[in-house]
Structures are given as C-alpha cells and as structure tokens.
Design a protein around this ligand. Structure first.
Ligand code: BGC
Length: 358
C-alpha cells in the first residue's frame, strides 16, 4: 500500500514538474538587460540595440542603466531575479562585484551572459560576448608604429604618454596589453620616450588607470603631465584606450595651446567612434578610433539568448578566463577608423547620419 502511494506521489510530482516546465517554456521570454551608464554614448546604443532586437523576436525586455554605481546595478539584478527573468545580459560596472547576486540568479535557473565586459571571479557567468579586446589595443599600437614610420627605421625620439582604462574593467587590461606589446620594442630602444616613466609595461596598467573611464579624470592627468614634463617640449604621442579618455586628453591639449604650427596635436588614439571623437577626428584633434559596431554585438547576444532558451548549443569562438573558469565567449571584430574611412564605415553603413557628425 505504502509502495503504491509512493508511486502515485512520484507520478504526481513528475506530472506537476512537467507542467511547471511547460509553463516556463511558454512564458519564458523575459530578458533583463543591464547597462552601466547613460553617460557614455556607446552604452545607450548598446541598450537600444539590445531592446529593439530582442523585442523584434518577441521577448519581453527590462532594460536598466545604473549611473556607473555598483550597488544600483546589484539591486537592479535582484529585482529582475524576483521578476522572474529567464536570461540576464549584463554589462558590468565592476566586473568583480557580482558574485553573490549571480549565485542567487543561478539558484533560480537564470542564465547569465556577460555583455562586452567579463564578469570576474564567479562560476555563474555562463557566456561572454564582446569585441576582441586585445585586438583593439593591437590596432592602436600598430597605428602609432605606422604613423611615425617606426618599422621603417624612424628613430625619433618621440615623446609619448600612456593612458589606461578603469582598473575594475577587465577589458582595460587587454586594451593596454595589445598596444604595449606592439610598442615595447620602441620603448625599450628609446625611440618612444615616456617622460613621466608611467605605464611602460602592461603590469603597471592599473596604476595609470582612469577610474570609471571618466573624461575629467583623463583631463586632470593630462593637465598634470603637461605641466610636469612638457613645459619646454611638445608631446608627440598619447596612447589612449578609448574615446571618453581621448576627449579629456584633447581638452587638456586644447587648454595648453596645442593645434598650432609650433605645437601640433600629438598622435592620439581612441576607441568607440563616439560622435564627439569622430568630430575631433574630422577637426584633426584625435587621430583615430576603433569602430565596434554595437549592432553586431547586440545581434550576437540575441542569438545567444535564442540558443539558450531553445536549449541549443550556444555558438562561441573563444574562451576568456575570469579567474574561476574559462567562460565560453564570442569575440566580434573591431575595426580601425580614421579620417580616410569614417564616411564609408560610419555614415554609408547607416550607423550615423552625416548630420550627426556636423
Ligand atoms: C568598453 C569600451 C568603452 C569603455 C568605457 C569598455 O569596457 O569595451 O568600448 O569605451 O568600457 O565605457
């Protein structure tokens, strides 16, 4: 009798859990999308693209921005867990700060996709989609080598300063590594002279990192460097990992009187093709940027979401080490942009209208 009862109970449990499973499938279309800040143009585009593309596929989307505040982002994630999302897509502010809340997400069976920035130190980061971050740095470093003719034997010496991104952003390490690897032979041979001595190797990147990728932080550091080391001599090159920093650096150079025959703007790198930086490229104040087509990244993440929810194998083309595991990753391709190709790359492709760049 007891045996019969337990079989009946077992069947009941199976039927109920099957029904629950079905319910989850039919209603399981909620995706939480978390972006770090509205302050930087790219994250607004990333958020808009994600929302648009997910909604076009019939998903319900909750899109949140966190004003670069970690506690805000954590509570947004908690709310989404409570609201029963199926997938979380997170562009983190501090990649090391989400372990505890993601453990809660995992307990609820929520799949976590790290968007653009890797989530560090947790096994509950399931997938990662980004652009090839090291390649971004390689393109920037190679641009400096090519522009100065270093591989052709130009010996300079050229003065240079190095900037790095936010110390809490894993990407920043890769941007710096990609560039510094290309530039190291010329730093070591004295063709490139870092007068401050700061940031000569990739190991030092956090000590020159600009917290929160703030333009003001970059401007302050550039002001200080110009005053301390470049009162009697021009600076020839500034390696900047992205456009928000490049814009701060440009403001400091402007204020110090750069942009004349005697004091030409230095070679200055960037990343994101932020509207203000493209305008600076057109005005001759910034030399190049990196185009990361956020439409492509969004499309890739939407494909990942589809594959996760369909129970299919998620397509990846790489892995990134987050300190706890090798996270299956998909790297999109970053592209070089400067005055010679911005029209084709950014305007003809429909990314910006010509008006936006006026
Ligand atoms: C992104 C860059 C961006 C930077 C500042 C990085 O994680 O990869 O594209 O410029 O954050 O927001």
């Amino acid at each position: 009798m007891a045996k019969k009862l337990s079989i009946v109970l077992l069947v009941l449990v199976l039927v109920l859990s099957f029904a629950a499973g079905c319910q989850k499938d039919s209603g399981g279309n909620k995706v939480g999308v978390l972006m770090p800040t509205k302050d930087l143009q790219r994250w607004n585009q990333d958020g808009d693209n994600m929302k648009q593309q997910l909604e076009a596929k019939g998903y319900e989307v909750d899109l949140q921005y966190a004003s670069n505040d970690v506690a805000t982002q954590v509570s947004q994630i908690e709310n989404m867990i409570t609201a029963g999302v199926d997938v979380l897509v997170i562009a983190s502010i501090d990649g090391t700060a989400l372990g505890a809340v993601l453990e809660d997400a995992h307990k609820e069976g929520i799949v976590v996709i790290a968007y653009d920035r890797l989530i560090m130190g947790t096994e509950y980061c399931d997938y990662y989609a980004t652009f090839d971050n090291e390649k971004v740095g390689t393109i920037q470093g190679q641009y400096i080598v090519d522009t100065l003719g270093l591989a052709d034997g130009e010996t300079g010496p050229f003065t240079m300063e190095v900037f790095a991104g936010s110390p809490d952003d894993n990407n920043a390490k890769f941007f710096n590594k990609g560039a510094i690897d290309v530039l190291t032979p010329y730093i070591e041979s004295g063709v490139l002279v870092i007068k401050s001595g700061e940031g000569k190797t990739n190991d030092e990147w956090t000590s020159i990192g600009i917290q929160g990728w703030a333009s003001e932080g970059a401007q302050d550091r550039m002001d200080n460097l110009l005053t301390a080391y470049y009162a009697d001599e021009n600076i020839d090159v500034v390696l900047s990992p992205n456009d928000s920093l490049a814009q701060g650096i440009t403001a400091a150079l402007d204020a110090a009187g750069y942009g004349t025959g005697d004091k030409p703007f230095p070679v200055l790198t960037g990343q994101d093709c932020d509207v203000n930086s493209v305008k600076n490229i057109i005005a001759g104040k910034q030399s190049m940027s990196i185009f990361k087509d956020t439409r492509d990244l969004a499309a890739r993440v939407v494909t990942m979401v589809d594959q996760v929810l369909a129970g299919e194998e998620v397509e990846t083309n790489n892995t990134y080490d987050n300190g706890v595991k090798q996270v299956p990753s998909y790297l999109c391709d970053p592209k070089f942009a400067d005055i010679t190709n911005y029209q084709e790359l950014l305007v003809d492709s429909g990314y910006y209208t010509a008006d936006q760049l006026n």
